[in-house]
Design a protein around this ligand. Structure first.
Ligand SMILES: [Zn+2]
Length: 302
């Protein structure tokens, strides 16, 4: 990820500020549509940022993950759900085609009218192309891709400092969330343990797989809608950078909905390119990793 040759977006020196004010009245449903794709390796803080984004946006949009989508479809007992269930029970990989169909059904629901935030999809270039197609078909704007990038060494450090209570499973971190007494759970006094999958080699393997699978998908998106965000800083700094990016796209949407009122709202230049328009300009430094896609297992999807 780091050193992939991808252009890093700089916003210059920043101050610690409260969340920026949106340039329009939040009480009015203005038909803002925003599709956000959140990418980032395990441990990058994606879940936290995703929730902050949802709380900050002027319109309510749902967060959708592939696993939740598949589970919901199974729970609903729909024909797609029945098919998904039988495939998973057979231990077979959930195909792009099936995941795509489930996604299409999910984003056709009314709660996705203003857009949605996707986490864990698309996972392959085929899925990315399918998403472009469905969005265009539904008159939705192309996605804004937010990639929280954190160096492997930092992630390894973060994850290796995790400890779990051997009794209640409460999570601690010896660097950032220490127990009151070293090695002992605050709640029940049981000893804290390190999980097997928090071993360095296991973590590095997982991060490498993530990078290999994600790289070609990220390359699919044009550079004016793709944002690599250094995720090593505090939650607040990362979120501030995200809101600056999203404000620009919200202003664009506002300009489409209300051309007169939005003309003075934002001074940032609009990003008007169609998806794929500039895709060729930033794909050369990214080697294909198609062979890794077969490693995407059912458990990854769930
Ligand atoms: Zn405990």
């Amino acid at each position: 990820m780091a050193g992939s040759g991808r252009k890093l977006v700089h916003f210059g020196p920043r101050q610690v500020l409260p969340c920026p004010q949106l340039p329009y009245n939040q009480d009015v449903n203005r038909g803002i549509r925003l599709v956000i794709l959140l990418f980032g390796p395990p441990g990058c803080g994606k879940g936290t940022q995703g929730q902050l984004i949802l709380d900050w946006l002027p319109a309510r949009i749902p967060a959708i993950s592939t696993g939740e989508m598949l589970r919901a479809e199974i729970a609903a007992g729909s024909p797609l759900g029945v098919q998904t269930k039988s495939i998973i029970e057979a231990g077979v990989l959930v195909s792009d085609d099936l995941v795509n169909q489930v996604l299409r059904a999910r984003i056709s629901r009314p709660d996705c009218e203003n857009g949605f935030l996707l986490d864990g999809y698309p996972r392959t270039v085929e899925q990315a192309e399918y998403l472009d197609h469905v969005l265009a078909e539904r008159g939705m704007p192309p996605p804004v891709v937010l990639h929280l990038d954190v160096a492997a060494d930092v992630l390894v450090g973060r994850m290796m400092s995790r400890r779990h209570c051997s009794k209640c499973n409460r999570m601690y971190n010896v660097l950032t969330m220490k127990p009151k007494t070293e090695g002992i759970c605050d709640d029940d006094g049981a000893p804290l343990i390190t999980r097997g999958d928090d071993r360095e080699d296991v973590i590095r393997d997982r991060l490498q797989t993530y990078a290999d699978v994600t790289r070609p998908v990220l390359s699919h998106y044009p550079h004016d809608r793709y944002f690599q965000i250094p995720g090593e800083r505090s939650t607040h700094y990362v979120f501030e950078e995200i809101t600056e990016i999203l404000e620009r796209f919200l202003a664009e949407e506002a300009a489409i909905e209300h051309p007169a009122s939005a003309s003075t709202a934002m001074s940032l230049p609009p990003a008007t390119s169609a998806p794929g328009a500039t895709a060729g300009s930033h794909t050369t430094s990214v080697p294909p990793a198609a062979s890794v896609l077969s490693a995407t297992s059912v458990t990854d999807q769930l």
